[in-house]
Design a protein around this ligand. Structure first.
Ligand SMILES: [Zn+2]
Ligand SMILES: [Zn+2]
Length: 248
């Protein structure tokens, strides 16, 4: 199995003594098929069937057909060096359903499941030196009004699980969303970036910092690109984009 090694190394549930004891007595059930999952949230068969992104552009995570290529045409023609992207899965069944359940139906345990899936992918990227370990993890913020309505920020919840697995500090106060932007859906690429200008505020001196910016789903890259621009303006040396899923 492609991810067997990472799967073996991953112990998402059995993190406390109580968890370990419970796992020994009654195996955990897979959240997707309810089969025993031996201390994991997802059983090996379902894990293998997930829509892993596979070979993708290092600069925007769009899947690439040729494994010899590192960047897509758009990233190759970009004037500045693209940020490294590490995105685990395609935004398809059942990942899209888990993300929607977390976001809109407050199925909070999915934050752990999705955080574990991203952590598995990140461990591999770190191990193969595809990326260097960053200094800190910054979740993409919601506007305070949106967060008040939802009561939580899904990117923050996922970031907490990833941070625990990869041993990184989470710094949620570095980036704030100060403007509630209208929906981006119908806008073109340039208009999307324009629409986001002035939406975020970055605080603190980030001189030389290597930052991982974490979002639940990356759709157009406009949000992460705008935050990355601001983090670099505040002195960040490198910004990596980490996400559970990407629309393809
Ligand atoms: Zn299963
Ligand atoms: Zn690209």
């Amino acid at each position: 199995m492609k991810y067997q090694k990472a799967y073996d190394a991953c112990q998402p549930v059995a993190t406390s003594l109580v968890d370990r004891l419970l796992t020994g007595i009654s195996p955990w059930r897979c959240v997707l098929c309810s089969d025993p999952a031996a201390g994991m949230d997802i059983c090996p068969a379902c894990l293998e069937d997930l829509p892993w992104l596979g070979h993708a552009c290092c600069g925007c995570a769009i899947p690439l057909p040729d494994s010899g290529l590192r960047l897509c045409g758009s990233c190759l023609s970009s004037q500045s060096a693209p940020d490294p992207y590490v995105i685990a899965l395609a935004y398809e069944y059942p990942v899209a359903q888990m993300l929607a359940a977390l976001k809109f139906r407050k199925t909070l345990p999915y934050a752990r499941v999705l955080g574990e899936l991203l952590s598995m992918h990140l461990r591999k990227a770190l191990l193969t030196k595809e990326i260097r370990a960053p200094d800190l993890l910054v979740p993409v913020p919601l506007h305070p009004l949106r967060q008040l309505q939802r009561t939580f920020n899904q990117a923050e919840l996922i970031a907490e699980h990833v941070a625990r697995n990869i041993y990184l500090p989470v710094k949620r106060q570095i980036v704030r969303r100060i403007r509630n932007t209208p929906a981006q859906m119908k806008l073109g690429r340039t208009a999307r970036l324009e629409n986001l200008r002035g939406s975020f505020a970055v605080s603190g001196d980030l001189s030389g910092a290597k930052i991982a910016l974490l979002d639940d789903v990356v759709t157009t890259c406009a949000t992460v690109k705008e935050i990355s621009r601001m983090l670099k303006f505040a002195g960040a040396n490198e910004v990596q984009v980490w996400a559970v899923a990407r629309t393809v």
